[in-house]
Every structure is written in structure tokens, then in C-alpha cells.
Design a binder for this molecule. Structure first.
Ligand code: ATP
Ligand code: MG
Length: 420
């Protein structure tokens, strides 16, 4: 227990951490280009928020939430997704009073009590984007283009954008009726859980992962056939926009998403390279959520991207990333004077943005050089009494073995043309 992280959680370090940092840097850079600003909301919220927004018949709320009572007897839940918290913040801070749209992104640890397997953890991370303040299909296209561009910029192949529309409340009511009568005829062939779902919310049945249920559902009526004219127009315009933007997609009338707040557009980016947990990114429009949470009616669209699944896809395609050493110079030392100077020089170089390292362990000179090699230092030098007295030392290029005599004053210049 003491030496093992809780089930479904993971430490991130070393080579993997470097990849995370690259991934996050790309996300931040991209969002900047799209005019999307970062928001950080609390890791926990009032449980009520998720019951209202995610929906109390969804798997997330029924089975997956980390809910507890705090010492003040409030019911608190670790966020199982971030849209609800961001929407709450939008209302709380009156962001609807700003010029619209409001465009926000987050990179957030997220918690779900799930059966753990590859690509399914109990603490995982989502990168997500939420765009508020418009009902126009252009906002849907903009959200999708962020996710697409992110996936494209990582050079990921074998990822397909699947698109569907769930219609508005009226279309949904009509569809629920059609679906209920279809499922009612096949109730005995479905898993017990689906039979319960059927009672409360037939749409949730479509989301079941059991094979026998999926077989029955192959012939289920499609929500696309129940769209009214306005919703169909919205969906068609979105498709035209994506086509014009050069973003390829497939219509998949089976996509319904596992959260209740979606209206009209829903989409997923799916890959077949990481096994069963193939949905890397999921999102859609949620025009009713704000009102549901007590805010003003606000058109909104967003997505959440599973960062671990993105990482798995990257690894499936490119192999595991190797650790890339980052040190530029190692300043070794002999004796107390050498060490004093080495520490001072290292500190000075670091302040100038050069990644320098020195001996803080008390190693022998030989061991210091071995260490310099290990950390991938591009240059190394050793300071003894002579070097300190001369204020200069031999600097060895660790790649080609060449040696240059450099004065301490000139050390920085060594990096101005070699710094990358
Ligand atoms: P799934 O159908 O795989 O359970 P979901 O519909 O529950 O996914 P969303 O709530 O839409 O997923 O979350 C968005 C994304 O977050 C998913 O597409 C996936 O990449 C990622 N994700 C969801 N749950 C987990 C988890 N337990 N571990 C790792 N990533 C996850
Ligand atoms: Mg899930």
C-alpha cells in the first residue's frame, strides 16, 4: 500500500513527462492562435452540479463519481468532466456580459471510478475547449477545427472524425418515442442494465458497450431521421463549413455521447490503433446546459480530449519516446576552490538561461565525467586551482571530443551560437 499508487492512477515522469510537456505546449500554442484563453476551475465541485448537467441517468453519475461529504456536511464530487465547472464559472462571473463568443480551454486532471484498463484510468487528464455565446453552426465548426488541428499537428494517422446530430428537445422527444417502441420490442435480448436504462432514458441504451446489445441496436431507428427542418439545416451548414475548411468527417448516426447535456451536434475522434478504448476526443453542442444550471440561455459547444489516449495513440504510431537529456554544460571541480568557483559559475550560467550542472555530490573527477556523460551534457570542464587562478579552463565538446581553452568571462559566448 505505502509504495503503490492507488489503482487507476499513474505517476508521470522522465521521458513520458517530456512528451506531456510537448503535448501541453502544443495545446497552449494552438489555443492562442484560435483566441481561446485558459481557465482553471476547482478539482471538486458541489455534487448537485454534475447531477444537473451530466445527467442522473448517465454512467458517469450512476457509477463513476468520486463523491464524499466534507467536514461541513456538503456533498462534494471530484470532477468527472470539466464542462460543468467551466459553465458554472461562466455564469458565476457573468461572462455572458462580455463580448461573445467567450472561448475557454482547460488542461485538467479528471476523476472517474471505472474498471481500469489500457486507456481507462481513475485519474486521467483532459484537454478541453468550451465556446460560449452563439447558436450558429460556425461555432461548432470552430470547436471541431481546434481538435482536428491538434491531432493533425501531432501527425496522427488513422483517426477519423465522426459526426452526428441529436437534434433539439423536440426532435429528441420524437426520437425517444420511436426508440422506446423499437427497444420495447427487443427488451428480452438486452443486458439487465439496458433494461433499466430503457425505463429512465432510452437514449442511454445506444451507448451500451455490450456486444449483444449492439447487435440488437444495429437496426434501431436513427436520430437523424427525426430532425426537424431547423436542426437539419444546422447540421448541413456545419458539414459545408467543415468541407470548405478541408476537415474530413464521416456521418455516424450511432454516436450519442455519454452525457445528457448535448443538443444538436455531437462528434468523436476515433482511432483503431489503441484497442477498445478508441475514442480520443468527444464533444458537441450543449445549448440547454446554461439554463439547466441557472444561467441565461446561451448557445455553447465544446469537446474533451483524453490526454492519456492521445499519448497511447502517439506511442502506437511512433513507439515509446526516448528520454532526451537537456544539459548544456557540466562544470566539474577538484578541491574546495574549484567547487566554489564551479558552483558560482553554474549559478551565473543558469541565470542567463544556460542549462548548467556541477558536482553537488562530492564525486571523484572520474565519476564526475561519467556523470556528465550520463546526463548528456554537450560540454564539460573541470576546475582545479590552476583554472581558478587563471579564470579560464579547457572546455571539452562531449560530442566530438575537441577541446577549446575558454576564459570564464567568455563562457556565455560559447552558447550564444550553439544554443538551440
Ligand atoms: P468512453 O466511451 O471511452 O467511456 P466517454 O464517453 O465516457 O468515453 P467523455 O466523457 O466524452 O468520454 O470524455 C472525453 C474523453 O476523455 C474520451 O473520449 C476519452 O478520450 C477520455 N476519457 C474518458 N474516460 C476516461 C478514462 N477513464 N481514462 C482515460 N481517458 C478517459
Ligand atoms: Mg465513459
Amino acid at each position: 500500500m505505502l509504495t503503490q499508487a492507488p489503482k487507476g492512477t499513474k505517476d508521470i515522469y522522465g521521458a513520458e513527462m517530456q512528451l506531456w510537456q510537448q503535448m501541453e505546449a502544443t495545446m497552449r500554442r494552438l489555443c492562442k492562435n484560435f483566441g481561446i484563453e485558459e481557465i482553471r476551475t476547482p478539482i471538486f465541485e458541489h455534487t448537485e452540479l454534475f447531477l444537473r448537467s451530466v445527467g442522473d441517468t448517465t454512467d458517469i453519475v450512476q457509477k463513476e463519481m468520486y463523491t464524499f461529504e466534507d467536514k461541513g456536511n456538503r456533498s462534494i464530487t471530484l470532477r468527472p468532466e470539466s464542462t460543468a465547472g467551466v459553465a458554472r464559472a461562466y455564469i458565476e462571473h457573468g461572462m455572458h456580459n462580455n463580448a461573445q463568443p467567450t472561448k475557454l480551454f482547460y488542461i485538467a486532471p479528471t476523476f472517474r471510478y471505472e474498471n481500469t484498463q489500457a486507456g481507462r484510468q481513475r485519474q486521467f487528464h483532459q484537454f478541453g475547449v468550451e465556446l460560449f455565446g452563439s447558436y450558429a453552426p460556425a461555432l461548432d465548426a470552430e470547436a471541431i477545427s481546434v481538435a482536428y488541428e491538434l491531432i493533425r499537428s501531432f501527425g496522427l494517422k488513422n483517426i477519423t472524425l465522426k459526426l452526428n446530430s441529436l437534434g433539439g428537445p423536440q426532435c429528441r422527444a420524437k426520437y425517444n418515442q420511436t426508440l422506446r417502441s423499437f427497444i420495447g420490442d427487443h427488451l428480452q435480448e438486452l443486458c439487465p442494465e439496458c433494461r433499466a436504462r430503457f425505463e429512465k432514458n432510452p437514449l442511454r441504451v445506444l451507448d451500451c458497450k455490450e456486444e449483444k446489445c449492439q447487435r440488437v441496436l444495429q437496426n434501431a431507428p436513427l436520430v437523424l431521421d427525426c430532425l426537424d427542418e431547423e436542426c437539419r439545416g444546422h447540421f448541413e451548414t456545419l458539414q459545408q463549413l467543415l468541407t470548405e475548411m478541408g476537415i474530413p468527417f464521416e456521418i455516424d448516426p450511432k454516436i450519442v455521447r455519454g452525457l445528457d447535456y448535448y443538443t444538436r451536434t455531437v462528434f468523436e475522434f476515433v482511432t483503431d490503433t489503441i484497442g477498445a478504448q478508441g475514442t480520443v476526443c468527444g464533444g458537441g453542442r450543449y445549448d440547454k446546459l446554461m439554463e439547466e444550471c441557472g444561467g441565461p440561455a446561451t448557445g455553447a459547444v465544446g469537446f474533451g480530449l483524453g490526454m492519456e489516449r492521445l499519448m497511447l495513440t502517439l506511442e502506437a504510431q511512433n513507439g515509446k519516446a526516448a528520454y532526451a537529456p537537456t544539459r548544456q554544460i557540466y562544470i566539474g571541480s577538484i578541491g574546495q576552490d574549484g567547487l566554489r568557483k564551479a558552483m558560482a559559475l553554474t549559478y551565473q550560467l543558469r541565470r542567463q538561461g544556460i542549462v548548467a550542472e556541477c558536482d553537488t555530490v562530492g564525486r571523484s573527477v572520474k565519476a564526475q565525467m561519467k556523470y556528465a556523460n550520463k546526463i548528456g551534457a554537450r560540454y564539460s570542464m573541470i576546475l582545479g586551482d590552476t583554472e581558478v587562478a587563471e579564470a579560464a579552463a579547457d572546455v571539452k565538446n562531449m560530442e566530438d571530443g575537441t577541446v577549446t581553452h575558454v576564459s570564464f568571462e567568455q563562457l556565455t559566448a560559447l552558447f550564444t551560437h550553439t544554443q538551440s
